[in-house]
Design a protein around this ligand. Structure first.
Ligand code: AMP
Length: 144
């Protein structure tokens, strides 16, 4: 299955924040949208980072309560790994496992067209496995 097919089902909505937003604002955004990460866009709308709940948890351990007033730019990951709608699920699973992250913005022709989380990957991989199992079952049952 290709990432473009997954996006067609889940939509292309990408929740974003700004580098100068506070961590408290990001925490509220993550809760309100029921998501684990937001991309960071600069004043021109270009991708300049990603910040996830894991950054917030680690930041709390390092900075304590003053974390809430810190800026996104102080905590975000600036080198963002992205993927393409033509990539397959296997490639994404490898990227997420090796990179130890669970979110991948999707880019097409230099434009962000969606975001894929590990939850999307697992959901669609399970569907693929179920379909394969049904096909094998039908094949065996049909041949008996
Ligand atoms: P996550 O597992 O997505 O919550 O993120 C774990 C760590 O990887 C955090 O420090 C994130 O800022 C970072 N991260 C998340 N997604 C990406 C990505 N696509 N490229 C680079 N770093 C990422």
């Amino acid at each position: 299955m290709l990432i473009g097919q997954i996006l067609a089902g889940k939509g292309r909505d990408v929740v974003s924040t700004r580098p100068d937003a506070t961590i408290a604002e990001v925490a509220k955004l993550l809760k309100a949208r029921h998501i684990g990460a937001v991309v960071v866009l600069d004043a021109g709308g270009a991708l300049c980072g990603i910040i996830s709940e894991r950054d917030l948890a680690r930041g709390l351990g390092v900075h304590g309560a003053k974390l809430l007033d810190m800026r996104v730019s102080q905590l975000m990951t600036a080198e963002v790994v992205t993927c393409s709608p033509d990539d397959g699920l296997d490639k994404l699973m490898k990227q997420m496992t090796e990179g130890r992250f669970r979110h991948l913005p999707v880019f097409e022709d230099g434009k962000m067209v969606g975001i894929i989380s590990i939850g999307d990957v697992v959901k669609h991989r399970l569907q693929e496995l179920e379909t394969e199992a049904h096909m094998l079952h039908d094949y065996i049952a049909g041949g008996a």
